[in-house]
Design a protein around this ligand. Structure first.
Ligand code: GS8
Length: 216
């Protein structure tokens, strides 16, 4: 039975899962969820897809999952022998480092970058305005995080080592949208971070998804 991903092509969280499915070379069906129509808040969606009323949700036969990072780890684990080796199960040290940078992405990188992207690009879509103070506060936080990345990426090509992993992949969704804002300079002003971004964003499996990631 085909894997099903409930979401939208432009969604940061759904795209995170699509990057992973593509890197693994696994077929799936993207089932559109109309956020504007509130489909994700309907009782049947809450009862059978994601009780928190968000996208994405994922179905593998009779198993339903949500939380994009958990779904991508499931996919990377289930298809560990297929496509790109995203979790490095054959090398415990490498796996340990992948785990570290997966956590850094969700705990340290994601909060400031998602706040910036939300303020500049998402809030205006829903009739809101951009709070520049929130943007600047989070840009300052993200700059400090990226200083650590710059140092790390001066020692290895990717975050967990000289191999592309799920840790790098998890960064792509929000960075893709940040690069469309004036705050792209946070990335481009750091040579090692920029080289890393150029490398991970130009992978064919990634470009297949980012081609459809536009808010406008
Ligand atoms: C966050 C899901 C989320 O924020 C994950 O899956 O990683 N931690 C979760 N989904 C957003 C769209 S993100 O592109 C969403 O569904 N927003 C609508 C809403 O919350 O009502």
């Amino acid at each position: 039975m085909a894997l099903k991903l409930y979401g939208a092509a432009m969604s940061t969280c759904a795209s995170r899962v699509m990057f992973c499915l593509n890197e693994k070379g696994v077929d799936f069906e993207l089932v559109p969820v109309n956020l504007a129509a509130g489909e994700h808040k309907q009782p049947s969606y809450l009862a059978t897809k994601n009780p928190f009323g968000q996208i994405p949700a994922f179905e593998d036969g009779d198993l339903t999952l949500f939380e994009s990072r958990a779904v991508s780890r499931y996919v990377a684990t289930k298809y560990k022998e297929k496509g790109t080796d995203l979790l490095r199960f054959n090398n415990l040290k490498e796996l340990g480092l992948v785990e570290v940078w997966l956590e850094v992405e969700s705990q340290t990188f994601n909060p400031p970058i998602s706040a910036i992207v939300y303020q500049i690009s998402i809030s205006p879509l829903f009739g809101g305005t951009t709070n520049n103070q929130v943007v600047e506060e989070n840009a300052e936080k993200l700059a400090k995080v990226l200083d650590v990345y710059e140092e790390r990426l001066s020692k290895s090509k990717y975050l967990a080592g000289d191999f592309f992993s799920l840790a790098d992949l998890h960064h792509i969704s929000y960075t893709h949208y940040l690069m469309k804002t004036p705050k792209a300079s946070l990335i481009t002003s750091r040579p090692h971070v920029k080289a890393w971004w150029d490398s991970i964003s130009s992978r064919p499996a990634i470009k297949k998804v980012t081609a459809d990631m536009n808010f406008a």
